[in-house]
Design a protein around this ligand. Structure first.
Ligand SMILES: [Mn+2]
Length: 264
């Protein structure tokens, strides 16, 4: 167990209607959620600077604290770049854990930040410090991720990825035993501080539906991963995206389980 005495601050970053729904839900459930609505049009914020500035003015964090930010649909996942820049203020170095069906590292030449390309910026411009061993990918479906780094770094990056094919045996239609051990090993080889970003399209369609096609992880398995991270590492911040209200009864309970697992 890692000694972990940072105080969580729960934020509802209400940059779309769905995140407002989440904020209202958690407030009604009695959670100490800081609901902020920094903009009516998140798509006006297109680059690293404007997004970082928006996050900085919306979220207040001091020494000894960490933020869990809940925001809306996963087309906005690039706001996580701003959340990492905020985490940079208090943490010289950390490992970024991307739990997502997509690696979000596409279109390397695009200058604007969007939900498909922000991973490169997190890798290069935050206190992840361009170190492959400060990255972890869980539940990603696309091996093309490995093409995003030079040949010499591919093996290292591969050792830090739990692809869908590592979790699920598509041929025999069953989950592979021992997949959680792989996560454990990756954590053992990671920086003691971690930032965790979750795009809930990583979850199986029976559990959660987002703007994009669903993944393979069951919600119970996601909680196992979070519990393991909590046991082994010092979490310095986290965020969750994906909610578009497709099945609120089940999906809001999953959000609640994530929040409880992290905050307890
Ligand atoms: Mn994503």
């Amino acid at each position: 167990m890692v000694k972990d005495n940072l105080e969580w601050k729960l934020y509802g970053l209400e940059i779309d209607d769905y995140s407002e729904e989440l904020g209202i839900f958690f407030e009604h459930e009695g959670y100490p959620i800081n609901r902020v609505k920094p903009t009516d049009n998140p798509f006006l914020f297109k680059n690293k600077r404007s997004i970082s500035k928006l996050i900085r003015k919306s979220i207040d964090i001091k020494e000894g604290e960490r933020v869990l930010a809940l925001y809306g649909n996963n087309r906005l996942h690039h706001f996580t770049y701003g959340l990492c820049k905020l985490a940079d203020k208090l943490n010289k170095e950390y490992c970024y854990i991307h739990i997502d069906r997509h690696h979000d590292w596409w279109r390397k030449k695009a200058s604007d930040l969007d939900c498909g390309n922000f991973l490169e910026k997190i890798y290069k411009d935050t206190n992840v410090k361009k170190k492959i061993n400060n990255l972890m990918f869980i539940g990603n479906h696309y091996y093309e991720l490995l093409d995003m780094v030079p040949e010499s770094q591919k093996d290292e990056l591969r050792s830090r990825c739990l692809f869908t094919s590592h979790i699920y045996d598509y041929k025999n239609k069953q989950y592979k035993p021992g997949w959680l051990k792989v996560v454990e090993k990756m954590l053992d080889n990671s920086h003691e501080k971690v930032y965790v970003s979750m795009d809930l399209d990583v979850l199986h369609g029976d559990d959660f539906l987002t703007c994009y096609e669903p993944g393979i992880l069951r919600s119970v398995q996601l909680m196992q991963i979070l519990t393991l991270i909590k046991e082994k590492k010092k979490i310095i911040g986290a965020d969750v995206v994906g909610y578009v209200g497709r099945n609120p009864v089940i999906e809001l309970q999953i959000y609640k389980k994530i929040v409880n697992t992290l905050l307890q």
